[in-house]
Write a protein that binds this ligand. Structure first.
Ligand SMILES: C[S@@+](CC[C@H](N)C(=O)[O-])C[C@H]1O[C@@H](n2cnc3c(N)ncnc32)[C@H](O)[C@@H]1O
Length: 503
């Protein structure tokens, strides 16, 4: 018991401290002192994830909590007993936790919690009355239409990092930890409890019930597991760069997709990872080291300033473009987090989307200028068609006939919105339809490779010696003398430029 209390304190989840921290953030949000994210991360609270989840869920249930507080008379009861005055923000947090969350920890942690617990029967009765009134049976059905979906309802997805381990080992590990393995299946088939399954589409993706917390798990800590939403696994999976290829990740940080690319490339080839933001690039670097990726080169710069004709990028055949976007598809993100705040008008939103789409179009047009580019994946975590189908449509129109949309994953539903005829080639994802964050993915390919195709040497075989993975290769046709390190691929022998004299 003592140990449990110690552990709770370490994680910062001792009931009272957590509830007061959450209430303080709610009050500061009401005074418009910052966004939810900035206030949580700047709070100094040791377990920011826990705090973030509690505040955002309390916000989501805000209108319901207001009704319950008014009907139960809890705030007035607090006022009557002078010493037990219950601040409204704290009342909302405590009632949320009691009725919709994990129950009040440690008896609610003091006077305010005790007061709420004293009113438990009344609150439960009011909740039942509200459900009858609304003709619903589940708590979540009390939420108003259009209220942001809850992170608590999405499965926990964990990608097995093939650079460090194998799916079978991870499955065995979780079985030993007492999780029931349900084989390959759909996330929708997974009920609550200590269980997991292997995703039916991605061969390296494990699916756990919502709210399974794996952040403290040793496999996650050691980089064997990457906690990554299923929709966010789509871009690297669809780009599918073979080992040995040259790839650009144009907006890479914090790097889940970069590490996924490195795993698909088996750490062979060159992965140029750009990001504009130094702090986010540092996070990317930490995450790539933890994931055991080695085939990358970080570039702290604006992708728009790269020169597509730079010989360094002359063999880049694959580009992943996941640019900054409104983030409107991110589950758990509250209106407070979007730049315009919760009272952003339609006009302000449309101005912001226009600016974002302008930037996204520029990035996409620039990416298509790389001379050896064969396939590009464009993705956003936005629901807005202005940032998605419309960007792709405009860029395809503008760049001529060189690139076209390919039909990505025909079995995947939902598809791109009907903004232009080929938009159905694109993929969409949403909490409701795919049990993931909201997401958009488009796959573009060059129509005719022509001379570019011929100027790019064929890909190197997968069993290429490690030393070759980091060096340039040339075919023997262009070589005068070469050292012992050579490799055969499709009947052509390649030599490493490291020990080669070119003609
Ligand atoms: C949506 S996030 C990328 C997420 C990343 N692909 C992942 O999976 O973790 C967009 C990133 O683009 C970066 N960015 C924005 N403008 C950029 C530019 N012009 N050049 C390079 N990076 C840029 C931002 O700093 C941000 O880290």
């Amino acid at each position: 018991m003592k140990e449990k209390k110690k552990e709770d304190r370490r994680k910062g989840c001792g009931g009272r401290v957590l509830y007061s921290a959450a209430a303080a953030i709610l009050s500061r949000l009401e005074r418009r002192e910052g966004s939810l994210k900035s206030l949580v991360y700047g709070s100094g609270f040791p377990n920011v994830r826990l705090l973030y989840a509690l505040v955002s869920e309390t916000l989501r249930y805000g209108p319901v909590l207001e009704k319950l507080l008014a009907a139960s008379g809890l705030l007035q009861a607090g006022k009557k007993a002078a010493k037990k005055r219950l601040p409204p923000a704290l009342a909302r947090v405590l009632v949320y936790e009691l009725l919709f969350g994990k129950g009040l920890r440690g008896g609610g942690g003091g006077g305010s919690g005790a007061l709420v617990l004293k009113h438990r029967a009344r609150l439960q009765a009011e909740l039942a009355r509200l459900k009858v009134q609304k003709k619903v049976s589940r708590n979540q059905d009390l939420l108003e239409r259009g209220s942001p979906p809850s992170l608590a309802l999405l499965p926990r997805y964990a990608r097995v990092n093939a650079l460090k381990t194998r799916v079978e080992h991870v499955v065995d590990y979780f079985k030993r930890q007492g999780y029931a393995y349900q084989g390959k299946g759909e996330a929708s088939a997974l009920s609550a409890g200590k269980k997991f399954l292997l995703d039916s589409l991605f061969p390296d993706l494990l699916v756990f019930p919502p709210q399974t917390d794996l952040h403290e798990d040793q496999l996650y800590q050691a980089g064997h597991l990457i906690l990554q939403d299923k929709a966010s696994c789509l871009p690297a999976f669809l780009l599918d760069p073979p080992p040995g290829s040259h790839v650009i990740d144009a907006c890479a940080a914090p790097g889940n997709k970069t590490s996924h690319l490195a795993a698909i490339m088996k750490n062979k080839g060159r992965l140029f990872a750009f990001d504009l933001d130094a702090k986010r690039l540092a996070t990317l670097s930490t995450m790539l080291v933890r994931a055991g990726a080695t085939c990358y080169e970080l570039e702290h710069r604006d992708f728009l300033t790269t020169d597509p004709s730079d010989p360094k990028y002359s063999r880049v055949r694959y580009i992943l473009l996941d640019p900054s976007c409104s983030g409107s598809g991110m589950v758990g993100r509250q209106p407070f987090e979007e730049e315009g705040g919760d009272d952003e008008t339609q006009e302000a939103l449309s101005t912001r989307l226009k600016a974002l789409a302008g930037f996204q179009r520029k990035m996409l047009l620039h990416a298509l200028k790389f001379p050896a580019l064969h396939r590009l994946v464009y993705s956003t975590c936005s629901f807005h068609q202005e940032e998605n189908e419309e960007v792709v449509r405009d860029v395809l129109e503008q760049q001529g006939k060189d690139f076209h949309l390919v039909e990505a994953l025909p079995s995947w539903s939902p598809r791109g919105l009907d903004v232009f005829p080929a938009a159905k080639c694109c993929l969409r994802a949403s909490p409701k339809e795919t049990l993931t964050n909201g997401f958009f993915v488009a796959v573009l390919e060059r129509r005719h490779m022509g001379t570019n195709e011929e100027s790019v040497p064929p890909l190197l075989p997968e069993n290429m010696p490690e030393c070759f993975a980091y060096s340039e290769f040339v075919s023997l046709a262009s070589v005068k003398t070469y050292g012992e390190r050579s490799v055969a691929c499709d009947g052509i022998t390649y030599a490493s430029v490291a020990d080669t004299k070119l003609k």
